[in-house]
Structure formats: structure tokens, C-alpha cells
Design a protein around this ligand. Structure first.
Ligand SMILES: Cc1cc2nc3c(=O)[nH]c(=O)nc-3n(C[C@H](O)[C@H](O)[C@H](O)COP(=O)(O)O)c2cc1C
Length: 507
């Protein structure tokens, strides 16, 4: 079996993770400064391919955000083939430009999903068969002019089916969306930490995409097991700079993707340079190469190793419609990262609704890799303190009581946001057994899952008319704070929740 031996050398993921930890010392001793004159553009712009405009007036689903994000899995025995209007809705509410803000230096564009530093390093590509109103091909999605650009005409879904070792959802998907990350666009600011950000920033996009697919009654499945080089070649990526990170199969057709193998010539379409020059961070390419899969057999083996759970009875959770019936589209348009919290409380029901709805439907049948820990400051009826979310019982368990606002502020990189929030949700993962089982590819999965969970939490918060923001953190201090319960676990991601406070008109 052709395989990538590096995937099982898990010291590589550990080395990357340990080398990219934040501590008070690493943050304060950093001499990195932002070279705004060399800031990369947040878009991939093909200069010679004509745009195929997407409809801007696609019908909205009107489905409630809370039910969309908590849909466990949409299954379809019959064909569920998206139209171009469905795709336009899916793409706009996952990665489209939803807000513009003017500031003294110009205009900033914000997208449907949150992204570290608003740098938007992820691109989406469609690989589809013939759809009722779109010819088979490989298309790049351009949020800037809300259009598709045809990179290859013809049905290439069989190549993806093979690259995913015959993953049934991909074989039977009319469309699969491939998400790619471009190192420099994020590393300009975050340098070697960018590979962690790939998981988070791709994850928030996927949270929106899964919710939009559920609201559109389209089956959708996140697929992380694929032969990297085959997918990168299919999209004609310069894989030294841009790489496929995840894919999502959309819809279902009884007719499987064609088996014949089309030629995949190089394309080399010109694109606008991202900035005057680019700084290389070899650590990013190294962790990517070390977590790559090299053959369909290796993908099959990897998939079989992913953590299956025994069927557990589904926990009952009563979602009261009075809590929120705002549609998923309204909620995504309203979403933004809270810049200041009010120190006001949220209710116990609001918090439990958020925890319940955001932990559904990510990898059906597969156990979560991240555990949720909370610092609660102001939740009605709950003593302030540190808590663990038991996903089996759906309850929070107190680890220690106390007012931990100043500790939370410190853990969140000494920013006020986590200290002023009503509650902070930390995702921690026990990396050693995960990596032993899934190799370095498991590291990608951990980061991506945290991003999806965090993205869902944003939506669950905004659906209930309070705010949220993703945050960075001092890694080992987070583990220490939640220990002994969290002993040996690694801090992966943090979301702060609460009522936002407007400070001035331009915030
Ligand atoms: C993973 C992640 C980490 C983030 N970390 C911080 C942070 O440490 N401090 C902060 O003020 N904002 C943080 N943000 C918020 C981003 O700056 C924000 O998402 C981005 O500017 C886009 O704006 P929007 O979310 O309002 O659309 C983070 C967002 C994400 C997704």
C-alpha cells in the first residue's frame, strides 16, 4: 500500500502544536509587526476567466437558525439535486461578503463566517456533474463579484470519488465543495500559527454551510479523508502556497459519479498577486505534508480508524420555539464578532440551547474529538465557576466555583472580552490518543471540528440575540486552569458569549 509514513510520525503534529503555543512570554517577546504595505489581498482573483454571475435574489429558506444548526443529518433516498439558486444561497451564506465598513484607510469587507484577523484565507471550489442549470465542471467561487469561474469543463466527480477512496457521499453527490487555504493570506499576520487557523477559519465556514444545507433540505457531509495531491492537482493549485483542507458533499443522486478517468492537464490560469512579496513559513508546509494521505488505500485505512461511537440513544432536548424563530439567513446577516461585552447575564436556557444546538450534526456517528469546558460569569441560576459540558448527559458539571473574570481575561490573551463575557467556552482535546489513532491527519480534524463547533456557537448566540466572538488564548494556562480534570488535554479554541455593548457608532 502506497502511504505517507509521516502521517504516523505523530511527533510532527506535537512539535508543530508545541512550537505554536501562545504564552505570556511568547506574545510579549514577539517582535513581529504588521507590514501593511505588503498586506495580502483577501481574495483569489483569476484575471482571464469570464465570470458566470450567480443569482443574487435566490429565495431564502426562512428555516429557523436553531433548527438548521441542530439538524442531526439530512438523508435522502431519492435524488436531491441542488439548483444554481440553491448553490448561490449556500455559497453566499457560507463565504459571501455580507458587510462593508468604511474606515479612515478605506473599506473593509466582512464575510458570512468569522475569520481570524478578517483575512479570509479560504477559497471554495465546486466539482459538479451536469445540473439542471449548470454544466458539469470545476468552478471557482469568487465572493468579490459573486460569480463562478469555470476552470475545467466536464464531469470530474469520479476523480474526487477516487481521491476519497469511494466515500459514498462524494460518489453520489451532484456537487462537492472543496475548501482550500492559502498560507500567506493568513501567515502575513499569524505566521506559523496559520495551520491552526486553517482549521478554525475553515470550520466557521462549514458551520454556516452545514446549516444552510440543512435549511435547504440537502444532504451534506464533511469529508476530511482524501488523497491530498490528487485533489490539489484537480483544482490546479500551486500546493506550495494553497492546499485543499476539507470538502463537503452536497445533495444526492442515485447515479454514481462516472468511473472513467479524464485527463487532468495543468492549467496555470493567471491570478492577481496577493502582495508585493511573500514570506515563507516552512513549518506550515511541513505540518501539511506530515498530515497528508498518499493513496486511496491509505484513505480507506484512515477512515476506518476514525472514532466510531456505539449508537447512543439520542438525548432529548426540547427547543422552545419562543427562544428564537429567526431564520438562518437573518441570523447569518446579523452575525459579527462582539467587540465589547456588557457584563450582563444570559439565561440558563439560552446557554443550554447554545450548547445543545451547536453540538449536533457535525460528524454523524463519529465521536467528538474536542471536549467543552466553560467559565461561567453571569448565567442566571448558575453559580459562577468552571464547568465541564458532559455531552452524554447534556449537563454542565461544576469543577470549581468562584468569580474567575480576571482569570478568564488572562487566559484569553489578556483581552477584556473573555473577562466581560457572560460565559466562555473552551475546546480542549486529548491529542495523544487522537493522534495515535488518526495520525497527524487527526490534528487537522481536531482543529477543524473546533472551528465548526465555534461557528455553530456564533450562530446559536446570534439566533438568541446575544453576541459571541472567537478568541485566542495562552495554551498551557488554559489546561492548568481546568486541571486536574483537563490534565493532558490541549487547548484548541475559545468562544466568548454574552450581550454586546456598543461603544461608538463605528464599532
Ligand atoms: C478563530 C478565531 C479567533 C479570533 N480571535 C480573536 C481575538 O483573539 N481577538 C479579537 O478581538 N477577535 C478575534 N476574532 C474575531 C475576528 O477578528 C473576526 O471574526 C473578524 O474580524 C471578522 O469579523 P466578524 O466576525 O465580525 O465578521 C477571532 C475569530 C475567530 C474565528
Amino acid at each position: 500500500m502506497k502511504s505517507n509514513p509521516a502521517n504516523n510520525e505523530i511527533s510532527r503534529a506535537w512539535n508543530y502544536h508545541n512550537a505554536t503555543k501562545h504564552s505570556q512570554w511568547s506574545v510579549h517577546s514577539s517582535r513581529h509587526y504588521l507590514d501593511f504595505a505588503n498586506q495580502p489581498i483577501p481574495l483569489k482573483i483569476y484575471t482571464t476567466i469570464d465570470p458566470i454571475p450567480l443569482p443574487r435574489n435566490a429565495d431564502q429558506t426562512g428555516i429557523s437558525a436553531l433548527s438548521a444548526i441542530s439538524t442531526p443529518e439530512v438523508t435522502s433516498e431519492t435524488d436531491a439535486i441542488p439548483s444554481v439558486a440553491d448553490l448561490a444561497r449556500l455559497l453566499f451564506f457560507s463565504a459571501g461578503i455580507t458587510k462593508k465598513r468604511s474606515y479612515s484607510g478605506g473599506e473593509m469587507y466582512f464575510r458570512a463566517a468569522s475569520c481570524t484577523g478578517a483575512l479570509y484565507e479560504f477559497e471554495l471550489y465546486l466539482v459538479c456533474g451536469n445540473l439542471p442549470d449548470l454544466q458539469a465542471g470545476i468552478y471557482h467561487f469568487s465572493p468579490g463579484d459573486f460569480a463562478l469561474r469555470l476552470l475545467r469543463a466536464g464531469d470530474y466527480r469520479g476523480v474526487l470519488a477516487e481521491a476519497t477512496a469511494g466515500e459514498p457521499s462524494v460518489r453520489h453527490a451532484p456537487v462537492t465543495i472543496v475548501c482550500t487555504g492559502t498560507y500567506w493570506r493568513n501567515a502575513w499576520k499569524y505566521r506559523t500559527r496559520t495551520y491552526r487557523h486553517f482549521g478554525w477559519d475553515n470550520g466557521t465556514i462549514l458551520a454556516n454551510m452545514l446549516a444552510m444545507a440543512a435549511a435547504s433540505r440537502l444532504p451534506a457531509k464533511v469529508v476530511l479523508g482524501f488523497v491530498d495531491s490528487e485533489v490539489n492537482r484537480l483544482l490546479d493549485l500551486d500546493s506550495e502556497r494553497e492546499v485543499a483542507f476539507s470538502m463537503v458533499s452536497i445533495g444526492r443522486t442515485t447515479e454514481a459519479a462516472p468511473d472513467e478517468k479524464p485527463d487532468i492537464p495543468g492549467l496555470s490560469f493567471p491570478t492577481v498577486p496577493l502582495s508585493q512579496s511573500e514570506v515563507e513559513y516552512p513549518e506550515l508546509r511541513e505540518i501539511h505534508a506530515a498530515s497528508s494521505l498518499a493513496s486511496a488505500d491509505e484513505v480507506t485505512d484512515w477512515r476506518n480508524r476514525s472514532l466510531r461511537t456505539e449508537e447512543k440513544p439520542r438525548r432529548e432536548f426540547f427547543l422552545r420555539p419562543e427562544i428564537s424563530t429567526d431564520s438562518i439567513e437573518r441570523v447569518i446577516l446579523r452575525r459579527g464578532s462582539t467587540r465589547y461585552f456588557q457584563r450582563a447575564s444570559i439565561t440558563h436556557e439560552q446557554l443550554m440551547t447554545l450548547l445543545h444546538t451547536s453540538t449536533q450534526g457535525i460528524w454523524p456517528g463519529v465521536q467528538f474529538l474536542n471536549d467543552l469546558y466553560l467559565i461561567i460569569h453571569a448565567v442566571d441560576g448558575v453559580d459562577p465557576g468552571a464547568y465541564f459540558y458532559n455531552s452524554d448527559t447534556g449537563d454542565i458539571e461544576c469543577l470549581k466555583k468562584g468569580d474567575f473574570r480576571s482569570e478568564a481575561r488572562f487566559l484569553g490573551l489578556q483581552q477584556d472580552l473573555p473577562g466581560d463575557a457572560a460565559a466562555d467556552v473552551f475546546m480542549l482535546a486529548d491529542l495523544q490518543p487522537i493522534l495515535e489513532r488518526l495520525g497527524n491527519r487527526g490534528y487537522r480534524a481536531v482543529q477543524l471540528e473546533a472551528g465548526i463547533l465555534g461557528g455553530k456557537m456564533y450562530l446559536a448566540a446570534y439566533a438568541q440575540h446575544f453576541g459571541a466572538t472567537g478568541l485566542t488564548f495562552f495554551d498551557d494556562d488554559v489546561t492548568n486552569f481546568f486541571s486536574p480534570h483537563a490534565k493532558n488535554k490541549s487547548a484548541i479554541f475559545l468562544v466568548a458569549l454574552g450581550k454586546s455593548r456598543r461603544v461608538s457608532s463605528n464599532i
